[in-house]
Design a protein around this ligand. Sequence first.
Ligand SMILES: [Zn+2]
Length: 76
Amino acid sequence: MGERIGISPAAVYAEGLVGGRLRYQRCTRCGHAVFFPRVVCPHCGDARLEWEDSAGSGWSTRRRPPAVVPVTTTSP
Ligand SMILES: [Zn+2]
């Protein structure tokens, strides 16, 4: 009994907020910022997420436009 369960991502996040820090996760595999806290990366499914502290105001959300490249076939 008394199996120790790891601290959930949400708990780490909440803990950071209490300390006045806004934390988010970054996937070590694909490099995406992950927010809200998760166990696995929603982008690539990898579980190796690292915590990062945002600078507070104006934390960078690098939003990229969707990678939809129109396929243009060069007609003969
Ligand atoms: Zn990822």
